[in-house]
Design a protein around this ligand. Structure first.
Ligand code: MG
Ligand code: ZN
Length: 202
């Protein structure tokens, strides 16, 4: 049955990423742009997505704002630094609320994913969400999107077991999201295989 998921032809229209622990190293309540460090493979993964014409976005819980640990300006500075390192994203969806605010956007609720889809003009069915914890996967599934987990040191074993799909790093997650053909073309930038990939895509 899992083969069906791998074999489905539908290429996603957009890939949404969790920020902390997925795109960049998780620094709890970080308000300091200097502390932003990309996760392994993040730059290459985003370059590949953009070169294929797929939209990219970030969906991130930032309760540090509501909890008074950082200001909105700090958060914007950190997000700007993320874009300096990883390039521009087509949409940013941020939940600044506290865990007990009862908002509709904080993951595992689907609000951020749905807002990103609206902003990009795509159906959640065409969207892959990549994140490091169970809340990211639950938000994706509740929105009707596909979830792929790249576990980080903070991920619980239970969350890994429950994840709809698991990859060891972002590049492997990209391979799962796009299917092996597009990913292998990316993994081996050989001019000959590139030409055949282009002709078969036409
Ligand atoms: Mg995370
Ligand atoms: Zn919220």
């Amino acid at each position: 049955m899992k083969m069906m998921d791998h074999e489905r032809k539908l290429t996603p229209a957009a890939v949404l990423f969790d920020r902390d622990g997925t795109l960049v190293v998780d620094v709890p309540y970080n308000g300091d742009p200097e502390l932003v460090t990309p996760m392994p493979g993040a730059q290459q993964t985003l370059e590949r997505l953009r070169s294929l014409g797929l939209r990219t976005g970030v969906v991130t819980n930032q309760s540090a704002v509501a909890l008074g640990k950082i200001g909105m300006d700090d958060m914007r500075s950190v997000n700007a630094r993320v874009e300096e390192i990883l390039g521009p994203f087509d949409t940013w969806q941020v939940c600044p609320h506290a865990p007990d605010d009862g908002c509709a956007c904080r993951k595992p609720r689907p609000g951020l994913v749905l807002a990103a889809c609206r902003d990009l003009g795509v159906s959640p069915k065409e969207v892959v969400v990549i994140g490091d914890i169970g809340a990211d996967m639950t938000a994706a599934l509740r929105a009707g999107a596909r979830g792929i987990m790249v576990p980080s040191p903070t991920t619980l074993r239970r969350e890994v077991l429950d994840a709809p799909a698991v990859a060891g790093d972002l590049w492997s997650a990209l391979t799962l999201a796009l299917g092996p053909d597009m990913a292998s073309a990316a993994a081996s930038p050989d001019p000959d295989s590139g030409a055949s990939a282009m002709s078969s895509a036409a």
